[in-house]
Every structure is written in C-alpha cells, then in structure tokens.
Design a protein around this ligand. Structure first.
Ligand SMILES: Nc1ncnc2c1ncn2[C@@H]1O[C@H](COP(=O)(O)OP(=O)(O)O)[C@@H](O)[C@H]1O
Ligand SMILES: [Mg+2]
Length: 365
C-alpha cells in the first residue's frame, strides 16, 4: 500500500495549464477527494497518477517511487470511470476476471500470471464484498445501473492495487442510488484499507466520503483539509462559496473597530463580529455567513424578502441585503412573520461571521 505525492506538478496541453504547480501529499490508506468545478484539472491530476497523461513539470511519486517515467501498465493502481465499459457479451464473473487474466501479479514475492483457482478466489471475494455473489452468471444487460457500477468496482478491487483512482464514478446514477452508493464506498474503503483518490464536482460527495478534501480551481489547489475543517474555515472566497448547499452568503461590508470589538457595516445595519485581529477601522471586507447561521431577529441588517421555500424539515428565505442575494436557512421558523415583499432584519452570532479580503479573496483571521 502507498500514498501518492504531487511535488510541484504542472500539466500543460499546449497553452492550456490544466494543473498548475500542484503540491499535495495523499496519505497511505487515505480517502482523498479532489473537488472542483468542471475543467479545473481534476481528471488530469488523476490521469497523471494512472500514467495516462505525462507530467510536464515537477515530480509525482507513488509510495517512495518517482513514477514520472513509469508506464501505466507498470503502476499498481486501478481506475474506475464514470462510464463502466463492461463487456456486454460476458457474464459478471468474466467481466470481473478480465484484469486478472491480462496482467501479472505479485504472489508471495513472485511476479506472474494468476492460476485459474487463484483468479476464481479473487473474483469470489470481490463479489462478496460488493454484494454481487448471486449475480455472477448474469450479463450486464440484465443488471440495474447500480449493479453495473458495483461490477465496475469489483473489476477494480480484484486487482488488489496499492491505489484506487475513481473519476466521477457515481455521475450516471440517480440521486437515490448515488446516496446509497456513497455509503457503500465508505464501507468498501474501511474494508479494503487502500488509498482511494476520488474525483468529483459534487461537494456533497466530497463532504460525506472524504477523509480529506483537496479543493481545486483553474488548475490550482485552493485548500486541503478534513471536510469539517474546510467547511468551518474556508481559506478563500472560492472555497467558501463552493462548499455548502445552499452556499455561504457573501456581502460587501466595512469594518468599524471601537474598543476591543469589531463591527462590520453592511447596508444600513451592522454586525457584531467580536474581537478580531487582522482588520482595522475602515477596512473593506467581504462578510461570509452560512445560511444556517443567519437568523431573522429584532435588530441587525435589513433584508428584503423575495421568496420563501418550505422543504418540510427546514425553510429557505431568499432575501436581498444591500443589493446582494442572501439565503437564510432555519429549521425552527417561529413567528417571525417573514413574508415575500416585506423587510426583515437578519443577525448572526459573532463567531459564525467569516471575513475575507476583497482584493486577495483570502480569509482574514
Ligand atoms: N487532452 C487534452 N488536450 C487539451 N486540453 C485538455 C486535455 N485534457 C484536458 N484538457 C484541458 O485541461 C483542463 C482541465 O481538464 P480536466 O482535467 O478534464 O478537468 P476536470 O476533470 O476538472 O473537469 C481543461 O481546460 C481541459 O479543456
Ligand atoms: Mg473530469
């Protein structure tokens, strides 16, 4: 088993810099999610690990081995894609067995092709782990989408690779099956104890499955951390707005410091942000508040209510604050009489207010 290290890795396609000087250490046995919008370089980063793209600059290591010049077939990794590409004329058993027939494996210190009973053992074990034991004689056409996805996973895990790479493997599943498969992947990781590097643009997948998330934008790594930490302390405005659903509200404001406490003026009101270092009286800032941390109150900042969504377990109040759209999310609306077309006031506890530098977009602590 091994971790994977990007050491200032850059990938260029002509003039396009797909991955820009990325440094990231993925630990052995870690479930790492590369998260970012379409086109940010996630697949390219993954394909470099697989050996499907060359590295333009920098060093890429699997374990202690620099793999820049190691061919894909000589890397001990298995990759699962969005499209499963199963062979339609072959049974599930034969589909899962394919990689065992085409490659050599390390067996008790020997590198050789597996014998038939060894292959059968591995197929049976993978089928058991993925709940496919009763489906081994079926053909892909007789399986549901979720079952096909599990066959693709089984075909990867029979190889017992050092590292699993997964590129948006749940994108073709419907919402319910995606939620279910998320849980299964987490369980699979716990059983296999193998490094998994998983690419997605879906922040819910990242938040729910990852040990750590690496957020990317435009080829650049923005922040790396455990889901809770990235959620609680986004490093910049991009991460703040990308993680969380509905996303973090961000509004322009101006800092006022009197005594030991700081306020931020937003529109016609002010928000107490408690004692703060890193800001001075008169500074322009971007104020960030998660929808669940905003509440409708007696005082605070004026918000014009535009629409209210009831979701059964919570309410989303869509407002306008100083010309910027803002969402309040609450589970216990009470009797605040918020109604579309009226003005209310919104408030947040000082320690839930994030501040960002409008010129650098970086978090201010
Ligand atoms: N083979 C290629 N040739 C040229 N440009 C590419 C190639 N593969 C990816 N790119 C470009 O590199 C950038 C990153 O792409 P990709 O890694 O596929 O992003 P993501 O997986 O995050 O959606 C995009 O601008 C994309 O157009
Ligand atoms: Mg991609």
């Amino acid at each position: 088993m091994s971790g994977v290290t990007f050491d200032q890795v850059t990938k260029r396609f002509g003039d396009v810099v797909a991955v820009d000087s990325m440094s990231l250490e993925i630990r052995d046995q870690e479930f790492m999610v590369l998260l970012g919008p379409s086109g940010c370089g996630k697949s390219t980063a993954l394909r470099m690990i697989a050996g499907l793209e060359t590295v333009s600059e920098g060093e890429l290591r699997i374990g202690d081995t620099t793999v820049n010049d190691v061919e894909a077939k000589d890397r001990d990794i298995a990759m699962v894609f969005q499209s499963y590409a199963l062979y339609p004329h072959m049974t599930v058993r034969d589909n899962v067995e394919v990689p065992l027939k085409t490659r050599s494996y390390d067996v008790d210190g020997d590198r050789r092709k597996l014998r038939k009973p060894e292959r059968a053992d591995r197929v049976a074990e993978a089928a058991r782990i993925l709940g496919l034991s009763d489906l081994l004689d079926r053909k892909p056409g007789a399986l549901s989408g979720g079952q096909r996805q599990r066959v693709a996973l089984a075909r990867a895990i029979v190889r017992r690779p050092e590292v699993f790479l997964m590129d948006e493997p749940l994108s073709n599943l419907d919402a319910k099956l995606r939620a279910q498969t998320r849980v299964e992947l987490v369980e699979l990781h716990r059983q296999l104890r193998t490094t998994i590097i998983y690419v997605t643009h879906d922040q819910v997948e990242a938040m729910t499955m990852a040990d750590r998330i690496a957020v990317m934008e435009a080829g650049r790594l923005q922040q790396v951390g455990a889901p809770r930490d990235v959620y609680a302390r986004p490093a910049n405005l991009f991460v703040a707005r990308f993680i969380g659903s509905p996303p973090m509200n961000t509004v322009d404001g101006r800092v006022r410091v009197d005594g030991g406490r700081a306020h931020v003026e937003v529109g016609d009101g002010r928000l107490d942000v408690g004692p703060r270092t890193g800001v001075a009286d008169g500074d322009a800032v971007v104020v960030g508040i998660r929808p669940e941390h905003l509440r409708i109150a007696e005082d605070g900042v004026t918000a014009h209510v535009r629409a209210i969504e009831w979701l059964g377990h919570e309410r989303h109040v869509y407002c306008d604050v100083a010309g910027t759209p803002v969402i309040v999310r609450d589970t216990d609306p009470g009797e605040d009489h918020a109604a579309p077309g009226t003005d209310v006031r919104v408030q947040a506890a000082p320690d839930t207010v994030h501040l960002f530098d409008p010129s650098t977009t970086e978090r201010i602590d």
